[in-house]
Ligand binder design. Sequence first.
Ligand code: DX5
Ligand code: ZN
Length: 230
Amino acid sequence: MTPPLIAPSILAADFANLQRDIELLNDSEADWIHVDVMDGVFVPNISFGLPVCEAVNRHATKPLDVHLMIVQPERYIEAFAKAGAAHPDRPGGITVHLEACPHLHRTLAQIRETGCRAGVALNPHSPVELLADVLDNIDLILIMSVNPGFGGQTFIPHTLQKIRKLRKLLAGSGHAPLIEVDGGVGTDNAAALVEAGADVLVAGSSVFRATHPKEAIHALKEFNPSAPQA
Ligand code: DX5
Ligand code: ZN
């Protein structure tokens, strides 16, 4: 089994030392930099928006994985693509929530037009089958393993079953979007998530609250199914 891609979330970084924390990620085994945008409407919390994404982009050497937890995300796709997600040398992705997109098919096309990977996130209550008719248009499916809005929440165990179900759905479909998991991910559940079928692990607290964040990233990446899990 291939090791997962690791996307540390800067939501858990020290915003007063953002450049330092981005440089730490540049110098680590992280594959992407996960950028959590919250509007206080789609989710109960406000995080940051375009200026912070631009600032991250100025220092990052890795692709930006922008997760839009906002209503009407179609209004901001172009702007976040320009703010770094569609960087020509390290193109990243933009992920919108299914629950925020009445015209998901059109929104996904809009993301792909910018040169970004088009992602769809599912809240814990949204069944994977809801994506069956747009699989052709999706490059990444983000399974929320907490209710979006805050870092540091407890992983919802049902997520493992949901990932397995999604794997089955994809196996019979002829499509192979990446499966990403977000919320409460750490070394205690990383191996189980990869075994269930996750390709990308998002990790906020378990990276930035660790004494040695680079080692925490290494531990998440070093997937070894035979190793006993802590
Ligand atoms: C939650 C965000 C997550 C969050 C994860 O709404 O989408 O990306 O930063 O944080 P942890 O890893 O602390 O659960
Ligand atoms: Zn996220």
